[in-house]
Design a binder for this molecule. Structure first.
Ligand SMILES: Cc1ncc(COP(=O)(O)O)c(C=O)c1O
Length: 432
């Protein structure tokens, strides 16, 4: 937000870099521009008054990229689909968390994903994507994008480097046939709901090999399971980091929003599509997110600690077949080294298989008292769901099995409650 006086945009004191959790209390916002209000007020307005017709003309010239910004020129507020103070402060702060040059806020995680994919894909293009992906993304990839002449080539997260490279080769061959390019490399890591991992640095390496006359395909990483604190894809070579802000960032299960962050050269292109598609978030949601960001670190720390305890309890329970919690990966598992290289922690969302099938899983879910039976993740409250019957029910049964989404799989998102209470609830629901 260029109108903000300097001290509110400083990330340093002397030679000390300030932490994101400190910057969340004031970065990008000047009380002097808002009657001294300590907190950014809610700018619940669709449009903004220009000081003069000349100012309106200059604003649109910049908004539509009709000319370069002059030195020290400020872009005025125009219209809340293009810019709004709540959105701008939010985006400045999201960029801090992701260590990005620029961030954009969207109406949902799916709005961020679909707008970003539309920005870089054209009819005849192909793209490479990891599997499994979130059910909504799966629908976009398999059902919607093909209607626009865009085809994805998937590879299983577990297929490792060879599977990834083969999919890239197949996508390149298919693009050559259809007269397009490989437009995107799309990775969801850890994958929902299996926690399968994909090597982000390898994705970047593969992107370099796909360079064409128009450049190379951007590496887009859905970081929803670990973002923004437990994994930082841009540091590992991703070009665009996507997060469903509905989850840990919003954190209270009371809003829907999404984000995309990265270098201005990529994000600027997405911004143009967002303005015209109208997929930005609204001022009120942005305002709620600013409030959430102030407690993000403490919430995520508490949830991660709770998840460790709950996962350890489940691992030893006789009615639990397996716990897909990343620190439990055997030392010789191919994902082990990747987990240690790429993720700062395992987060607080993981799945486990109950002994039995759908009946036993449903029985467990129906008996829970403290833990709520609901889809979504990253909220203050712990949620449990059944991916095969809920988030991934659109995936054909054979594909679900191939992806490891079995009838006995239960997904947990651990919140900030006392973990011993959660364990007591799980204990009574599992029974003997
Ligand atoms: C990994 C992942 N990506 C994207 C999304 C979509 O986010 P939203 O519901 O905010 O559109 C979800 C939602 O559950 C998700 O789990």
């Amino acid at each position: 937000m260029t109108r903000t006086p300097k001290p509110y945009r400083s990330r340093r004191i002397g030679d000390r870099d300030l932490s994101p959790e400190t910057l969340m209390m004031g970065y990008g916002y000047s009380p002097h521009l808002s009657e001294g209000a300590l907190k950014p007020p809610l700018f619940q307005t669709s449009t903004f008054v220009f000081g003069s017709a000349e100012e309106g003309k200059a604003s649109f010239e910049l908004a539509y990229g009709l000319r370069e910004k002059k030195r020290d020129e400020e872009m005025h507020l125009i219209y809340s689909r293009i810019n709004n103070p709540n959105l701008e402060v939010l985006e400045d702060r999201l960029a801090v968390w992701d260590a990005a040059e620029k961030a954009l806020a969207f109406a949902s995680g799916m709005a961020a994903i679909s707008t970003t994919l539309m920005t870089f894909l054209r009819p005849g293009d192909t793209f490479v994507f990891s599997e499994p992906v979130y059910g909504g993304t799966e629908f976009l990839v398999h059902t919607i994008l093909p209607q626009f002449g865009v085809k994805g080539v998937g590879f299983m997260a577990e297929a490792g480097a060879d599977g990834f490279r083969e999919a890239a080769k197949a996508a390149a061959a298919q693009a050559a046939q259809s007269g397009g390019k490989v437009g995107v490399i799309y990775v969801e890591t850890p994958a929902n709901p299996t926690n399968g991992l994909v090597d982000i640095a390898l994705a970047r390496e593969i992107s370099e090999t796909l360079k064409g006359p128009g450049g190379r395909p951007p590496v887009i990483v859905d970081n929803t399971f670990l973002g923004p604190i437990w994994q930082q894809p841009l540091k590992h070579g991703a070009d665009i980091c996507i997060t469903s802000l509905t989850k840990y960032v919003g954190g209270h299960s009371d809003l829907i929003a999404g984000a995309a962050s990265g270098d201005a050269s990529w994000i600027g292109q997405v911004a143009v599509f967002r303005t015209i598609l109208g997929t930005m978030t609204d001022p009120h949601t942005a305002w709620l997110l600013l409030r959430s960001l102030e407690t993000l670190k403490v919430r995520m720390d508490a949830a991660e600690l709770g998840a460790r305890k709950v996962a350890a309890y489940l691992r030893d329970h006789p009615r639990v077949k397996s716990v897909w919690y990343l620190p439990f990966l055997p030392k010789d598992h191919p994902d082990r080294a990747l987990f240690e290289k790429q993720c700062l922690t395992a987060g607080s969302t993981f799945s486990f298989e109950i002994v039995g099938g759908e009946k036993e899983a449903f029985d467990f879910l129906d008996k829970l008292q403290v833990i709520k039976l609901a889809v979504s993740l990253g909220g203050t409250e712990t949620l449990a769901s059944h991916p095969a019957a809920m988030t991934h029910s659109d995936v054909p049964p054979e594909a679900r099995l191939r992806l490891g989404i079995t009838e006995s799989l239960v997904r947990l998102s651990i919140g900030v409650e006392n973990p011993d209470d959660l364990i007591a609830d799980i204990e009574q629901a599992l029974g003997q």
